[in-house]
Design a protein around this ligand. Sequence first.
Ligand SMILES: [Zn+2]
Length: 90
Amino acid sequence: MHYHYFTIEQREALERLIRSQASGDARETLRRLHSPDYGVCRACGGDIPYVRLMADPATLYCTACLRPTTPRPASTSADTTSTTSTQSGK
Ligand SMILES: [Zn+2]
């Protein structure tokens, strides 16, 4: 694991974006935003591009690992698409 550093402006922009979406996963995403491994791909361990995080702040994977042809690792339970969350918030 390694830290993914954002500028204060980038972090604040991401936080605003997450709050504005107000999805069920927003609180969890905000928590992850302040954790060391946010912005690090869970599949390959690489950095997730900032532009990709701005497009989908809840993403757990980099662009390469999100390709449809790439099988997702079985160890992950959280979906990257906010619309198909199967876990109930409460
Ligand atoms: Zn990756």
